[in-house]
Design a protein. Structure first.
Length: 117
């Protein structure tokens, strides 16, 4: 559909999904790195309806005191995902950020973050 300036476009809000939760991971320097030049921070934003949750206090206020983020990784030849410990020095902001460098990626790695409530 093409909308031109002279056309009128009407959008309507639908309440279904108002409380839907989406976890979004953003990389500060993209998702593809060449020649072992990895240097990026993966940042999590959780959206619940119109709310953006970017810190542990907001997360626990919304989902309860036991809510937390769990990071996982899977290297190219791994059959399963490995857990990244909550005490890992690459994690900051209570798990809302994961800092990656050249030692973290050899050929290909998949990082995954999950919300636990």
């Amino acid at each position: 559909m093409t909308v031109r300036a002279e056309q009128e476009l009407t959008l309507s809000r639908v309440d279904d999904g108002e409380d839907a939760t989406v976890l979004h991971i953003d990389s500060t320097r993209g998702v593809v790195f060449k020649n072992n030049e990895v240097s990026t921070v993966l940042n999590v934003t959780i959206r619940k309806g119109a709310k953006a949750i970017t810190d542990i206090n907001s997360l626990r206020s919304e989902y309860g005191s036991g809510a937390y983020l769990q990071w996982w990784y899977q290297r190219l030849d791994d059959e399963r995902f490995g857990k990244i410990s909550a005490g890992d020095s690459r994690l900051s902001r209570d798990g809302f950020s994961l800092t990656l460098g050249p030692d973290d990626v050899d050929t290909k790695v998949v990082f995954l973050c999950e919300l636990n409530v």
